[in-house]
Write a protein that binds this ligand. Structure first.
Ligand SMILES: *Cc1c(COP(=O)(O)O)cnc(C)c1O
Length: 830
């Protein structure tokens, strides 16, 4: 059965670990006593969690080894997902679910008198990402494992993940997230695969043994990249893929000069610089401009990962790269890892002596680039002088790529110098810059956006020159989320109900949810559906009471907006609506009132002043609303602190209304919108990103649409006059007046002038005022719809029923069909 080496086979013949609840109990006891060396005196949640996690991990290990062996034996094509962020969250519950150990674990813990909930809560979120982009990477690798695609994730093992947010006097405060302090059961250090990454030095020419002139990078300062592997289990299929995260560490070489001069401590301390590379995740959602350490991180990831892939290639194939492109694909998650294009060229030419043309052919056929943003300010550019100091040899190659590209352009568009300037990878401004997106486009065979509108806008706008040149490279891959974490794991009541009625096929075939649609007509089913929602709302209410001290009544409409705080996402518009509702209550306009609980959450980049002001406004409005006896249960609002993956697992199942209200044309896709839809929330949203596709799937009647279209947003530039809009709208005028007269800043005069100023500014890029009236009307429709409980529940069921498209299983299937072309690999299990 196994074709492995004799000594390996003897390991394979060790009996496989049992899956019964008794086996789990034994495992937990054994780890508690022997792995952790504890006695009954030191029982704590933390140690109980560790013993349980180790027991579950044992069950992953064999599948992990089997998967690696199967992938090696198959020797087929593989994909490497390169991402500076993987926003994983917690691993324990997901592992239990995917291993099919839910019932056994529940029983084992019950028999041992251990509280399951406390075990889950004992795990720290792995917050190695900012928001949507990082969470997407996490959902992707989950789906790849479930589809049994040989895909490895490569990222950075940040010592400090996304900061912890607390709210002090209404303001955001950041605290470092030292997530590894209590250890991380899920990672395995693999020092044997350590790679050296070069920085600094210079490039020089030399002659090889055959007298050919070559270039090499010398006198470098090297940093070691040590891999830590995390198992990524597929759903009940025996597959466990790998997420490989690199930690930076110093080489063993000392600065001999200083060492000999007697400064031993000083020369050891210098090693700190190397360790810094993987120290901290940059907490900026869009882009970190010009920070040297960030460029070091990018190159560190790119170089270590490519060297790791080449190491594996050479082990099997020797130094023959003829079929490398047919067997390997790198998917670049945004431009962050784009320096990979030049790094692969460098290694193939400098280390393996391929010609430029051969290396370029390979590079162009292995790299694929995913764009994540239309905001021009978020497009990465790096100063050439920084590259030249940090990565001189890599810059040589980027220059050469650009020179050859510009030559091709000159042939294709003779005399069109303007076009060449526009498309050049090197921007000629006062400080020369490397345009990373252009490097990615020129170096890749596939360029995709993440929702249909976004992909269309890329081709028409931002990348139009490149689209004209290479239309065949451009494609769309609409994002998704994994229904394993975002329904099966986090919404147990609903999952159970769905499975009772249509079976559990939806856990791997989300389209099967459409079988729920006819059930929406059955009153008994609706009643059960509404009961699930109520149970989830009660769970969230308890958390809100605990962390915000505010009582959310589970019978009110739960109106939720959680996502990074950014002006384009327009949390401001949401607040304006809340103030409008408050104003209506105060003036007694409450006929046919629908009680609402509004929850807003999300982190602001620490240096983003306006985003932090918006948090303060939410907090202050919440304080006024929640403490006004006239308001009572009609309206409640909280700012939910420290929004993260594990928080979303409680929030999404409890939502009635999902706020997806970005300025049209600005949100590339959104994925929060999909999590809410799956869990039966109705969306109030603009025609932006994947909202368009959500509305297409669920139908206009089951979606609250408002606002300008992306085209209208573009057209309004230059003739936008918010003050005229405000003056013409009594409700809007009153809302602005409440803020401007200091109603929400009684003891902090002038606090919100920057916010009201931004709304009133003719250049407001987010057109908040333009969409106010249509937003208020859509909200009123939602309020009215909520009063018809039966109809609302029907619409809720339809949202879940038609969410099948938004599984990352579908997304990964599409990437694989159009870009990667991998064959699934099934591990042989005994
Ligand atoms: C899904 C998710 C996001 C992305 O939300 P959007 O609404 O698409 O911006 C961000 N952060 C966390 C923790 C998430 O789970």
């Amino acid at each position: 059965m196994s074709k492995a080496q004799p000594h390996i086979r003897s390991i394979t013949e060790v009996p496989r670990v049992g899956q019964s609840s008794d086996d789990l109990i034994q495992g937990i006891q054994r780890h508690f006593l022997r792995t952790l060396g504890l006695s009954e005196a030191c029982i704590s949640d933390h140690y109980k969690y560790q013993a349980l996690a180790l027991t579950i991990r044992d069950r992953l290990m064999e599948n992990w080894r089997d998967t690696k062996e199967a992938v090696q034996e198959t020797n087929g094509k593989r994909t490497y997902y390169l991402s500076l962020e993987f926003l994983i969250g917690r691993a324990l519950g997901n592992a239990i679910l995917n291993l099919g150990l839910n019932e056994q674990t529940t029983k084992a813990l019950h028999d041992l008198g251990i509280n399951c909930e406390e075990m889950i809560e004992a795990e720290h979120d792995a917050g190695l990402g900012n928001g949507g982009l990082g969470r997407l990477a996490a959902c992707f690798i989950d789906s790849c494992a479930t589809l049994q695609l040989p895909v490895t994730g490569y990222g950075i093992r940040y010592e400090y993940g996304m900061f912890r947010q607390s709210i002090v006097n209404g303001f955001q405060q950041e605290a470092p997230d030292h997530w590894l302090r209590e250890g991380n059961i899920w990672e395995m250090e693999r020092p044997e695969y350590t790679q050296a990454v070069h920085f600094g030095g210079y490039s020089e020419t030399y002659h090889d043994d055959n007298g050919n002139m070559r270039l090499r990078w010398v006198n470098t300062n090297d940093v070691l990249a040590v891999p830590f592997d995390t198992p990524i289990p597929g759903y009940k299929n025996g597959t466990v893929n790998t997420l490989r995260l690199w930690k930076s560490t110093a080489t063993d070489e000392f600065d001999l000069g200083e060492f000999n001069a007697g400064d031993y401590a000083g020369s050891v301390a210098q090693k700190n610089n190397a360790e810094h590379i993987s120290m901290v995740l940059y907490p900026n959602d869009s882009n970190e401009n010009g920070k040297e350490l960030r460029l070091r991180q990018q190159y560190f990831l790119a170089s270590a990962s490519i060297k790791d892939v080449i190491r594996q290639w050479v082990e099997v194939n020797g130094e023959d790269f003829t079929h490398f492109a047919a067997k390997n694909c790198f998917q670049l998650n945004d431009t962050h890892p784009t320096v990979s294009v030049a790094e692969l060229m460098r290694i193939l030419m400098d280390d393996y002596w391929l010609t430029w043309d051969d290396a370029w052919e390979i590079t162009q056929n292995t790299m694929a680039y995913t764009n994540h943003t239309l905001l021009p300010e978020a497009l990465e550019r790096w100063p050439v002088h920084l590259f030249s100091r940090l990565l001189p040899r890599v810059l040589d190659i980027i220059y050469e790529i650009n020179a050859r590209f510009l030559q091709d352009l000159a042939k294709k568009y003779p005399g069109d110098v303007a076009r060449q300037r526009r498309m050049s990878i090197i921007e000629e401004s006062d400080v020369q810059q490397v345009r990373m997106a252009y490097l990615a486009i020129v170096g890749s065979f596939s360029i995709n956006g993440v929702a249909q509108l976004h992909s269309d806008l890329l081709a028409e706008g931002l990348f139009n020159d490149f689209y004209q040149l290479w239309p065949e490279k451009f494609n769309n891959k609409t994002n998704g989320v994994t229904q394993r974490r975002w329904m099966a794991w986090c919404n147990k009541p609903l999952s159970k109900l769905i499975t009772t009625h249509i079976g559990d096929g939806w856990i791997t075939q989300l389209d099967e949810l459409k079988q729920l649609a006819p059930l929406a007509d059955k009153p008994a089913f609706r009643k059960q559906w509404a009961a699930c929602k109520l149970e989830n709302k009660e769970r969230l209410s308890a958390v809100v009471k605990d962390v915000c001290g505010v009582a959310f009544s589970p019978t009110a409409m739960f109106d939720i907006q959680v996502k990074r705080i950014h002006e384009y996402k327009r949390q401001l518009l949401n607040v304006l609506h809340v103030i409008h509702l408050y104003d209506r209550i105060k003036r007694g306009d409450t006929d046919n009132w629908t009680n609402r609980c509004v929850l807003i959450g999300g982190k602001a980049a620490p240096g983003y002043y306006m985003a932090k002001q918006i948090i303060k406004l939410v907090s202050n409005v919440a304080d006024v609303v929640n403490s006004d006896p006239d308001v009572g249960d009609k309206l409640k609002m909280v700012f939910f602190p420290n929004y993260r993956v594990s928080a979303m697992e409680v929030i999404a199942p409890a939502a009635d209304l999902s706020e997806q209200i970005s300025t049209a044309g600005k949100e590339a896709s959104g994925t929060g919108n999909m999590k809410f839809m799956m869990n039966g929330a109705l969306t109030i949203g603009t025609l932006d990103g994947a909202n368009i596709e959500i509305r297409e799937e669920v139908g206009d009647k089951n979606f609250f649409l408002f606002g300008l279209t992306a085209e209208e947003v573009e057209a309004s530039r230059g003739n936008y006059n918010p003050n005229t809009i405000i003056e013409a709208d009594d409700d809007f005028k009153r809302v602005m007046n409440l803020i401007e007269c200091g109603h929400f800043s009684q003891f902090e005069p002038g606090l919100f002038t920057s916010i009201t100023g931004a709304i009133r500014c003719n250049d407001d890029p987010w057109l908040t005022a333009a969409d106010f009236r249509s937003y208020i009307e859509a909200q009123q429709k939602a309020s009215m719809a909520y009063q018809d409980k039966e109809q609302w529940t029907k619409m809720s069921i339809y949202n879940t029923a038609y969410s099948g498209k938004f599984s990352t299983d579908r997304t990964m299937h599409d990437y694989n069909r159009d870009i990667w072309k991998l064959k699934p690999v099934k591990p042989q299990t005994s």
